[in-house]
Design a protein around this ligand. Structure first.
Ligand code: CTP
Length: 398
């Protein structure tokens, strides 16, 4: 998001005070905000506090000679990468849905050539009224994006949908809206993450230490770069990254079926630590200790290799990327794995330390072109760098 800019239109309502925190959160992320404060909005927040936070002049008047001399309203409406309306009142929604332009905010909304994101906030009965519902449908059909409103208690004392989305939710929606035109726009990505669990009986399973963090970071980075991203995840305790379609599975066989159902895709990233074996049979009831202390023998059978299966699939993604979790001879094992599994790239990492479950990773990217050693970095940074490399490969993006 760094370097992007947002035109924030602040409607009149008690939720307007949250716009101040939104501006702060955007500034923390390196996003520049210019604000249009409606007349009603100015009843709730002052131009002075907004200007102190944005570091910019605040615009409010359509017929102001000084404003027009500085930046005409048409230019203002196009100066940002995204127009955000927060709070979006019933009035602003009605104006935009019907093409009214009788003040600076509505004129900017009509004149802009940029995507518009609305964060509605109003009384629950207003939100559910026939006219607001109609206007919302029109706006959605026109391509306007929405975040919220949320359910909850409102300033007016009533309960239900109408509360403005939290500032961080709005930031997340801005992040994905800005990524629409990212380097991976139009690309379908399929990512797997986490361990798989192979049941022994109803209370026991075989699994591994995978936390899912690397796969989730990759899915997040791909979605932020604009890819239409599906994440198929084994059992982990992570929240779905914003804008990612998350499907949870348990076993390797479920993961394979979910991946096949998610095809076609342009790129596959198999970051999951798939269990190589599963118990031949999963007992239906808990296996009990025997009185003569004989321990049960669990016969294992091999799980399908998802990476190898999808590499040889009729709908093989154009770019197939596997991981190699190694404890010895990391690079040479990973080079052999690339050929054996039919992958285009392998991301090799040494998992003998605290990589599994940790925040950092040091990887080698193995491709037909050779071996790249990436420095030690956070898993998020690995995700971002990998997304950039994928964009370069698939779209020739820099
Ligand atoms: N993988 C898979 N299906 C499996 C096992 C692994 O798709 N049944 C994928 C992993 O997601 C990873 C790659 O294959 O992208 C390599 O996984 P890894 O555990 O390093 O290799 P193994 O297949 O277990 O091979 P080895 O036993 O030689 O380490």
């Amino acid at each position: 998001m760094r370097g992007k800019s947002v035109l924030l239109i602040i409607g009149g309502g008690i939720a307007a005070y949250k716009a101040l925190e939104l501006v702060r959160r955007l500034a923390e992320r390196g996003v520049k905000t210019r604000a249009i404060l409606t007349k009603a909005g100015a009843e709730f927040v002052t131009p002075l506090s907004l200007s102190a936070l944005t570091g910019e002049k605040i615009y409010s008047d359509l017929f102001s000679l000084t404003d027009e001399a500085e930046m005409g309203h048409i230019q203002l409406s196009r100066s940002a990468d995204l127009v955000v309306v927060a709070p979006a009142t019933a009035d602003l929604m009605a104006k935009m849905a019907n093409g009214l332009a009788n003040d600076l905010a509505s004129t900017a909304l009509l004149a802009t050539d940029k995507p518009v994101l609305m964060a509605p906030a109003m009384n629950v009965r207003m939100w559910q009224s026939a006219s607001v519902t109609r206007n919302r449908d029109i706006l959605a059909k026109d391509g306007v994006l929405f975040v919220g409103p949320n359910d909850g208690e409102m300033a007016c004392g009533e309960f239900g949908p109408g509360r403005i989305a939290e500032p961080l939710e709005i930031v997340a929606a801005i992040e994905s809206a800005l990524a629409v035109e990212g380097p991976l726009a139009g690309i379908r990505a399929l990512v797997t993450a986490g361990p798989t669990r192979e049941p022994v009986d109803p209370v026991r399973f075989l699994a591994n230490h995978s936390s899912g963090k690397q796969g989730y970071a990759i899915a997040d980075a791909l979605a932020r770069a604009g890819a239409d991203t599906t994440l198929i995840s084994g059992p982990v305790s992570l929240a779905a990254p914003q804008g990612v379609r998350l499907q949870r599975v348990t076993t390797a066989r479920e993961m394979l079926a979910a991946c096949e159902a998610a095809l076609p895709a342009d790129v596959l990233v198999m970051a999951a630590a798939v269990a190589d074996w599963r118990p031949d049979v999963a007992a239906n009831s808990k296996i009990k200790k025997s009185t003569d202390r004989v321990v049960p023998l669990i016969k294992l059978v091999e799980n399908p290799d998802i990476l190898a299966t999808l590499s040889a699939h009729a709908a093989r993604p154009r770019l197939v990327i596997g991981f190699a979790a190694e404890t010895d001879d990391v690079v040479s094992n990973a080079v052999a794995k690339r050929t054996r599994k039919g992958a285009d790239w392998i991301i090799a990492n040494d998992v003998s330390g605290d990589v599994m479950g940790g925040e950092r990773n040091r990887v080698h990217l193995i491709s037909e072109a050779g071996i790249e050693d990436w420095p030690d970095m956070t898993k998020n940074e690995v995700g971002t760098r990998l997304a950039a490399r994928i964009a370069q490969k698939l779209k020739g993006a820099a």
